[in-house]
Design a protein around this ligand. Structure first.
Ligand SMILES: Nc1nc2c(c(=O)[nH]1)N[C@H]1C(S)=C(S)[C@@H](COP(=O)(O)OP(=O)(O)OC[C@H]3O[C@@H](n4cnc5c(N)ncnc54)[C@H](O)[C@@H]3O)O[C@H]1N2
Ligand code: MOO
Length: 406
């Protein structure tokens, strides 16, 4: 918030100095700031993107009955076989086969009782209602039969609680007999982009710049499990920020800009006015140190991201991602590590997050990583975590945070 602006409401300025939390601790606090949302039953077509609220246990054996795995003939005993009928997918099982009998059968059709194997269409020949093998040897018992319960038995655990509901999970749930699933819904996110200087289109002009975070954040927060409503761009005006925060019923509010101590940085004063409690007020990380997490009086979290675009990216990885995971009941991703392809200077006191391109186990640090720049991160696969202290030399193994945005 760089332009001079007047607020209609009397809000005091933010304090000049705050206690910055070490980066690992800030992430832990962020994880604890989101209470898992209540699960609810959803029809399958509305469950996508949620997280299983309870394990997925099979409601049936799968397959639910013995089926043919191939188009051909179901046979009993040894051949040649007399063809006594036909079995198509979706039909009741045909009458029991006796030794020396066969039925024509389609893939997925219920196997008649007594059938011992299936002969594929291309391996048999029919003359005068008699089936002969054209390709020996005789099928072994059970050949090309999918026996009932091959994939699972009724009651068997298919997936644990907390599994993200993907299209494949929907398919498995349907196959296993479910019409609806109990899911933790995607947390609803309200995104408030602050700054009089921000333009929605065209070239930067007259001291104004394009809003980079309005386009950047919604698809990313969606990838991270949020349900992001329309972005609201607000001017540098404490009253409209106050009203937006006070009116919002989102599970998580994310603001951008206005976190520092400039003349129109209203996030802190507005948080005080709504009675929010600051859980994280500054993080020892570069870029992004003025990022914050607050808890509204009713317990809902608000994350304040700094306005500098790369600082905001750092804030998403540090604070928003853990809060969203906690709200949405998603597990933490496995820690990933890579070796630096070049030395990266550390910050004396703060953790650094540096855009890197990954090539297998190697992380190449990228240029253009200033807090106001997006050029480096747009070419990056991840951000490398450089602990405080001296230089991380070439070959040092560091934690990398996947951007995972495609
Ligand atoms: N006296 C101090 N000044 C600053 C400090 C400090 O500790 N003391 N911290 C600096 C750091 S670090 C950062 S990061 C920024 C954070 O500032 P705010 O969160 O208050 O953000 P703004 O002042 O609103 O904006 C900063 C910068 O980013 C541009 N911006 C904002 N929003 C967007 C957007 N959506 N798209 C593109 N660019 C955006 C804005 O125009 C400013 O240039 O404060 C430092 N100052
Ligand atoms: O959040 Mo600031 O990056 O450290 O410019």
């Amino acid at each position: 918030m760089s332009r001079s602006a007047a607020s209609g409401h009397p809000v005091s300025a933010a304090p000049a100095t705050r206690e910055a939390l070490p980066w690992p601790e800030a992430r832990r606090v962020a994880t604890g700031a989101g209470r898992r949302l209540a699960g609810a039953p959803k029809p399958l077509d509305e469950a996508l993107g949620g997280v299983l609220d309870g394990p997925l246990d099979a409601l049936t054996d799968l397959p639910a009955f013995d089926t043919s795995a191939m188009d051909g003939w179901a046979i009993a005993g040894t051949g040649p076989w007399r063809i006594v009928g036909e079995a198509l997918a979706g039909q009741h099982p045909s009458p029991a086969l006796l030794a020396g009998q066969a039925v024509r059968i389609a893939t997925g059709a219920a196997l008649p009782p007594g059938a011992t194997a299936v002969i594929r269409r291309e391996n048999g020949r029919v003359t005068d209602d008699r089936l002969h093998l054209s390709v020996p040897p005789s099928p072994v018992p059970g050949q090309d039969i999918r026996p009932r319960g091959q994939e699972c038995r009724a009651g068997e655990r298919l997936l644990p609680s907390g599994t993200p509901v993907t299209p494949a999970v929907l398919g498995l749930a349907a196959a296993a007999g479910y019409d609806e699933l109990r899911v933790v819904p995607r947390p609803r996110v309200e995104l408030l982009v602050l700054g009089d200087e921000l333009l929605g289109q065209g070239l930067p002009r007259d001291g104004r710049v394009r809003d980079a975070l309005g386009p950047l954040l919604p698809p990313w927060l969606t990838r991270l499990g949020g349900a992001v409503g329309a972005v609201r761009r607000l001017g540098d005006d404490a009253e409209s920020l106050y009203r937006a925060v006070d009116d919002s019923d989102a599970d998580l509010i994310v603001t951008t800009g206005g976190t520092a101590s400039g003349p129109v940085d209203f996030v802190h004063p507005v948080l005080r006015r709504v009675g929010a409690r600051l859980l994280v007020d500054g993080v020892a990380v570069r870029p992004g140190h003025p990022m914050l997490v607050a808890q509204l009086p009713d317990g809902r979290p608000l994350v304040g991201l700094p306005g500098n675009p790369l600082a905001a990216v750092s804030g998403v990885l540090t604070l928003v991602a853990p809060v969203l995971r906690a709200l949405g009941g998603r597990p933490e991703p496995a820690v990933r590590r890579a070796e630096l392809a070049d030395a990266v200077p550390g910050h004396p006191m703060d953790t650094r997050l540096v855009p890197v391109a990954l090539d297998g186990r190697t992380a190449e640090p990228l240029r253009y990583h200033g807090p106001a720049m997006l050029r480096g991160i747009a070419a990056a696969d991840a951000m490398a975590v450089i602990p405080p202290g001296g230089t991380a030399e070439r070959g040092t193994e560091v934690v990398v945070l996947d951007l995972d945005w495609e």
